[in-house]
Design a protein around this ligand. Structure first.
Ligand code: ATP
Ligand code: MG
Length: 696
């Protein structure tokens, strides 16, 4: 019981009936779950009868580690997993009664798109993805195809429901399930088969659910059937952190618990152990206007701490530079020793790129979680394969990727023969190309094209070694892309033109970035201006090849985290930078262009208000990830597609900067006043931040 306050102990000791722990961020809800798992085992429950459900696989792994450190070996038998992994377990064991073989396959999103294209008779991936989205939402609401059809509101929905029926037939024929089926099918299993339901209810002694506020309707029913009337469960959650409404999560699940389980014990935790008072106050101010499901207050005894910094920036590049400068200055002043103490949080995946570039430039190790790293994108990996080959022609994986991307009429057969030959003579693939005996195993034509490719690569190496400055490097890269026909390759291989265009934009951006590195421009990343020397493209390529391994090598190690707000849920870092806090991003665009809902005095429909409430919760999640320092930044201009547009600071910035908690009235009233106040405050804090951060 050490390391738990009285309310937490209460929750941990309440072993037999249904229990709901409802509390704000950082109040030790997840800690309660871990300790309760240990407590249940100590009181004699077989570890195999305990099921703890987490929101992500990573959270499950972490919980297992913590449980192990509390009780040792028995922790390994506890079932700790996500709802979806639980679904796989249920279906593998008992899915036969639904006609599903135990070795059924689970489809990923791409598989689903292509099956839907087929089912709906279209070649357009975007249309198929729209169906996918709608079908997923229906499934999460517990509707099958005929129920979806019955409740369809317009022709569009009716068409989608018909396609859903065909899609379901195909999945059954392929013995496959999609992600949503991993919840929906186990639910059907328990609803329709009493013997299976009884078995699981006897088997499970206690079920614990973390992040309960983000469960959806099917998960609620599944949980209910698993625990039975006895209700041996512990759910922990925070209604202010419900941020997956767009995926079907519903706060009704919190409202329904006391109704479905009248004996429910509700425990509130009020002390926050994570953040300083300054950070907590900002969080409380932002969430204040939202309607409250249950009243709760949060306090911290960690002291006032540093004020929350508002950082205003000219544009996204500037913002990224300042974020990196801030990390370096906090490290320099001894405030954070490790890179893993820092996190940069943003609204949308695509915002990561600029921060990645700035971090690479400053040689700061990082990882991108909850989204794809810019350098992990297929097109960038294609290009990096070529660069790696220029730097080291014996890099076989790079060789294979470059020789086939774009296709140049060298087939698998030829490459297989080349591979066998190279193996036999202990050569690299490239090294084997000009070996005199290669002609014996290849046709003259195949040999000709391979050697032509080899000469082409040698040529590129030669020229890359001699580029002079940014312009020259840019010209060289442009010629090279044209020579290999990369743009055409993208448009040929990508079905949607829009996607191809966006991948091509990534390519151009990558080349610009490379060329700029060759230019010997001013490098002010470290807050100190140093003129870096001009580099040849090959020298730059060398460092890129090195850098591209940094994030892989240091996975989960001592690295800065870049994450979407959604993926940051449940986590904490000493220093958090919340970036891109402009109207239209955070809060996200609330309405259409005519009625964006972003205007403080504009009309606000019920739908817009609800979306604003979820955005508010997202901001609250972001703020409450910070333990010791929080910087919130916004940019005066931002990229919108390929345009640059003027941007307004997020309304949340003005709200969080308030000294005292505000009343819970209509937020629009006070926004005008807040904006004025904000203008003054942000000028003050920008001056303070600039003073603290030095010349950056
Ligand atoms: P979130 O809502 O963000 O998921 P949470 O309520 O699950 O937060 P935890 O992650 O369990 O909160 O705890 C937040 C931090 O406070 C952790 O670092 C945890 O170790 C610490 N903590 C929790 N309870 C206590 C306690 N009684 N004494 C000391 N530290 C505690
Ligand atoms: Mg938690």
């Amino acid at each position: 019981m050490s390391g738990l306050n009285l309310a937490q102990q209460d929750a941990v000791n309440y072993l037999h009936g249904p229990c709901l722990v409802l509390a704000g961020a950082g109040s030790g809800k997840t800690r309660v779950i871990t300790h309760k798992v240990a407590r249940l085992i100590q009181t004699g429950m077989d570890a195999k009868r305990i099921l703890a459900i987490t929101f992500t696989n990573k959270a499950a792994a972490e919980m297992r580690e913590r449980a192990k450190s509390l009780i040792g070996r028995p922790a390994k038998d506890v079932v700790i997993c996500t709802f979806h992994a639980l679904g796989v377990r249920l279906l593998r064991q008992d899915g036969q009664v639904l006609g599903l073989k135990p070795q059924f396959s689970i489809l990923d999103a791409d598989d689903v798109t292509s099956i839907l294209k087929d089912a709906g008779g279209t070649t357009d991936a975007a249309t198929a993805r729209q169906w996918q989205w709608a079908i997923s939402l229906w499934k999460n609401m517990g509707l099958n195809a005929s129920q979806a059809l019955a409740q369809a509101k317009d022709d569009n929905e009716r068409v989608t429901a018909t396609i859903m029926a065909r899609y379901e037939e195909r999945l059954a024929a392929y013995q496959s399930v999609d992600f949503d089926d991993l919840i929906g099918l186990p639910l059907r299993l328990l609803q329709e088969h009493d013997e299976v339901r009884d078995k699981w209810q006897r088997q499970l002694g206690h079920v614990l659910v973390d992040e309960y506020q983000d469960t959806n309707a099917t998960q609620y029913e599944l949980l209910k059937l698993l625990v039975g009337a006895r209700g041996g469960f512990t759910a922990v959650g925070d209604d202010d952190q419900s941020i997956y409404g767009w995926r079907g999560a519903t706060l009704d699940n919190l409202r329904r618990l006391p109704q479905d389980y009248p004996q429910l014990k509700v425990i509130k935790l009020e002390q926050n152990y994570r953040s300083t008072s300054a950070i907590l106050r900002a969080a409380n101010n932002v969430i204040q206007p939202n309607p409250k499901l249950f009243p709760k207050t949060l306090f911290s005894e960690l002291g006032e701490g540093e004020p929350v910094r508002i950082v205003d920036c000219d544009n996204e590049e500037h913002e990224a530079e300042r974020a990196v400068a801030r990390m370096l200055s906090i490290r320099a002043s001894g405030g954070g020793k490790d890179w893993k103490d820092f996190a940069v949080l943003y609204r949308a995946n695509h915002q990561a790129r600029i921060f990645e570039q700035a971090l690479r430039k400053a040689q700061v190790p990082y990882k991108v979680s909850g989204g794809q790293s810019f350098f992990d994108r297929a097109e960038i990996r294609d290009l990096c394969a070529w660069l790696r080959l220029w730097v080291n022609e014996d890099d076989d994986p790079a060789f294979l990727r470059a020789v086939t991307t774009p296709k140049r009429g060298i087939g698998h057969q030829t490459l297989a023969s080349l591979g066998t030959f190279a193996n036999q003579y202990k050569l690299s693939l490239f090294g084997a190309l000009f070996s005199s005996s290669l002609g014996a195993v290849l046709s003259a034509r195949a040999l000709g094209s391979l050697q032509e490719f080899g000469r082409f690569v040698n040529d590129l190496q030669f020229r890359a070694r001699r580029t002079e400055g940014a312009e020259d490097a840019k010209a060289f890269l442009t010629d090279w892309l044209k020579d290999i026909g990369y743009e055409k390759h993208l448009y040929d291989s990508e079905e949607s033109e829009k996607l191809a265009a966006s991948r091509w934009t990534n390519v151009l951006e990558f080349c610009d970035w490379m060329a700029a590195r060759c230019g010997g421009q001013i490098d002010d990343t470290a807050g100190v201006q140093v003129a870096s020397e001009k580099k040849t493209l090959l020298e730059v390529a060398q460092t890129i090849a090195l850098l591209s391994t940094i994030s892989e090598r240091e996975k989960d190690q001592n690295v800065v985290t870049l994450s979407t707000l959604h993926a940051s849920k449940g986590l904490e870092w000493p220093h958090v930078m919340l970036v891109g806090c402009v109207e239209g991003m955070l809060p996200f665009k609330l309405g259409d262009d005519d009625n964006p809902g972003g205007k403080a005095d504009g009309p606000m429909s019920e739908g817009i208000l609800q979306r604003l409430q979820e955005e508010r919760r997202l901001m609250y999640v972001g703020i409450t990830r910070a333990q010791r320092s929080l910087a919130v930044s916004w940019t005066k201009r931002r990229k919108k597609g390929r345009e640059v547009v003027a941007a307004q600071p997020s309304r949340f910035i003005a709200e969080m900067a308030l000294e005292k908690a505000t009343t819970r009235e209509d937020p629009r009233e006070k926004l005008r006043a807040l904006r004025a106040e904000f203008a003054k405050k942000s000028a003050d804090s920008a001056a303070a931040a600039a003073a603290a951060q030095g010349p950056a």
